[in-house]
Write a protein that binds this ligand. Sequence first.
Ligand code: FUB
Length: 326
Amino acid sequence: MNKPAQPKEPLVTHIYTADPSAHVFDGKIYIYPSHDLDHDGPSNDNGDQYAMEDYHILSMDDFNSPCVDHGEALHLRDIPWAKQQLWAPDAAYKNNTYYLFFPARDKEDIFRLGVATSSTPAGPFTAQENYIPGSYSIDPAVFIDEDNKAYIYFGGLWGGQLEKWQTGTFLPDAKGPAENEPALGPRVAVLSEDMLTFTNEPQEIKIVDEEGNPILAGDEDRRYFEGPWVHKYNGYYYLSYSTGTTHCLVYAMSEHPQGPYVFKGTILTPVIGWTTHHSIVQFQDKWYLFYHDCSLSDGVNHKRCVKYTELTYNADGTIQTIDPYK
Ligand code: FUB
């Protein structure tokens, strides 16, 4: 029997895991991570080294219990439209059904978002025949509000191809905005009642500073790169994300799920490894940050491990910055 994972230690060590999306279903903690392959191939800025082929779902009864790997929940071979690279997933529960949202490259090498369904939180999941019409880029995160409306947030720069969708169609050679222009924001769409389609064309989320000025593309300490996550605390919506090239997890706040969001600060300072990716979840009366680093592989960027730690709010609703190694 595995021992319970300690804060800031890998949740599991028998496989490489990353991009943890944590949820509480049936009173237990379920973690939906990427499953990194143990390969020694070359790396590039396009992220070809992130060549994942399946998903394994993890769960813990609580933080004093061992973390269980429920085995293969979905494999690339069973997703008719997908060619490669099962990147960061998320999950949601509605209509007595569990939904797994995931990105993958389609047969034309364009990243799209797919959905798979299951009657149990740990799967196995059955993929829809095609990707979500009108979907693109990577890192889907689903937030269901108190009125039961479900929002899907997504988008990632560089290998995540968000730059190529600025006109609404895929332009393979498109570059991002100049340094003094507003940065690209993540996208949001409202999901249909059955959770399988978008009800509207995805909208770009505005992230602004305290004066209302857009965060600029050259402001790499604050601009959006990838890995959106939205949660609600004390009536405010929190959009947190990775700054990519500066390797921080940061957040912005809004009174509306679709923004605009006002930049607030840093949640997690850089971890070992290039990518940083997270989720935030309440379990019982405390809040937790799930994240990853590359400590399990001594720093190999595409061999990551999922961890957790407690997250603390200040009285004004801001979040205390966490150092992953203190
Ligand atoms: O795991 C592959 C990619 O790396 C994710 O989609 C990004 O968020 C980054 O963590």
